[in-house]
Design a protein around this ligand. Structure first.
Ligand code: NAD
Ligand code: MG
Length: 398
């Protein structure tokens, strides 16, 4: 029996996750049809992708990029309609011919389009962890209310999902589960003397030992803020408390996370560090399909190591866990402050160890409130960005 093709929108198609998603889609033309591809400013790459996949829509940041894209598509994919801005992103997330939305925009910019997909009741493939970290309980309530099918793309959460009982719903830790063991590689500075961290450069920070990713998440992996954001993400996705999640450093990135049960069983999901595995898992779920990832060669790895994280080396991880324990708007503030800090570090405006210093200052300065609306989240996000930029200006002039 032929399976009907499912319409797919890829938010952030030109990024690392977006390109891996298109690689998987291209392997299964019988199953998937690309309805929309989106990018911020990488017009040329987006045009190439359109000429290969011929989507109904392509979305870019503003009118100027739209004009450039339209010119490029004139012969390459004339039937593709070019849309603009957040409204365009929301439109292609909610379009009636779309079944699955890959949420792979980086940072808070992903919130509105991801929510639009949730509210339209789509299968939402969540790579954009920042949108869940910012909104927490509200995001999960929206999923519940719309009946959207939320599937985790983050390799750790995808691994945890695979290790949990299959009939268990998201958002509630199933009986018999004792603990989630969230693994992370420790990034490029795992063995550098702590005193040397202050002097590391953006180029060193984005050179991840095991994974090839966008620049923001690469810096987050070096500071382990990525693991902190994932800690928060896991609490919301799986309905776990902070005490039910343990971060474990595992430098080989072969185990992508584990679930420990009350009988002593520990289930792990393993594989090569290649995002096409969680992407194919979530797109095909509950069926399995080929992802193009090479077989895992266990002999190559000889040994797998596990270490506890050191908060002197990774203060961002501790800040994130504390923000989750504090609850309410603290994680919204944490996420916004981190985005500004990482940008400033990549631009050479602040040093590496100023990243946690600035986030801590923003958290101390903010009053924690309960989050009740998305508009409130967006205003806290903007206030924090403002405060964080002031902090950087101040640091630059002293
Ligand atoms: P990336 O920087 O490679 O790509 C980001 C994409 O978002 C690009 O297509 C870009 O055009 C688009 N974009 C950026 N700013 C935008 C804006 N303001 N408006 C609209 N579009 C915008 O990032 P990535 O590594 O692919 O990561 C994407 C998301 O997936 C992040 O939230 C990241 O945390 C998450 N994630 C990535 C990986 C990975 O291996 N790369 C793994 C797990 C989770
Ligand atoms: Mg991850």
């Amino acid at each position: 029996m032929a399976i009907a093709q499912q319409g797919v929108t890829i938010l952030g198609a030109t990024g690392s996750i977006g390109r891996s998603t298109l690689d998987v889609v291209a392997r299964h033309p019988d199953r998937f049809r690309v309805v929309a591809l989106t990018a911020n400013r990488q017009v040329e790459r987006l045009a190439e992708q359109c000429s290969q996949f011929h989507p109904d829509y392509a979305v870019v940041a503003d009118a100027e990029y739209a004009q450039q894209l339209t010119d490029l598509l004139h012969t390459a994919s004339p039937a593709t309609e070019v849309l603009v801005g957040v409204e365009g992103l929301e439109q292609v997330s909610a379009d009636s011919s779309v079944h699955q939305v890959m949420a792979a925009i980086v940072g808070a910019a992903g919130l509105r389009p991801t929510l639009a997909a949730v509210r339209a009741g789509k299968r939402v493939l969540l790579a954009n962890k920042e949108s869940l970290v910012m909104t927490g309980a509200l995001f999960m309530q929206e999923v519940e209310a719309s009946g959207a099918e939320l599937l985790p793309i983050d390799s750790e959460h995808n691994a945890i999902f695979q290790c949990l009982p299959q009939q268990a719903p998201l958002g509630a830790i199933p009986p018999g589960v004792e603990k989630i063991l969230l693994t992370g590689s420790g990034g490029p500075f795992r063995t550098l003397p702590v005193e040397a961290l202050a002097g590391v450069t953006p180029a060193e920070a984005v050179a991840h030992p095991n994974w090839s990713m966008g620049r923001k998440i690469s810096v987050d992996s070096a500071t382990m803020m990525n693991k902190g954001l994932e800690f928060i993400e896991a609490c919301w996705l799986f309905g776990a408390t902070a005490d039910q999640i343990q971060v474990v450093i595992h430098p080989e990135s072969v185990i992508h996370s584990m679930v420990q049960y009350s009988d002593g069983s520990v289930l792990a999901q393993m594989g090569n560090p290649d995002m096409r595995t969680p992407i194919a898992h979530a797109m095909g779920w509950p069926e399995r399909m080929n992802s193009g990832v090479a077989d895992l060669d266990l002999y190559q790895w000889a040994q797998l190591r596990f270490e506890p994280p050191d908060y002197d080396r990774y203060p961002c991880l501790e800040l994130a866990i504390e923000a989750m324990r504090q609850g309410g708007s603290a994680t919204t503030v944490l996420n916004a402050a981190n985005e500004v800090a990482v940008d400033a570090f990549l631009d050479g405006r602040i040093g590496y160890m100023m990243i946690p210093a600035m986030i801590e200052a923003c958290l101390k300065q903010a009053t924690t409130t309960e989050i009740v609306t998305i508009e409130q989240v967006i205003s806290i996000d903007q206030e924090t960005r403002h405060a964080a930029n002031e902090w950087i200006n101040h640091a630059e002039h002293h």
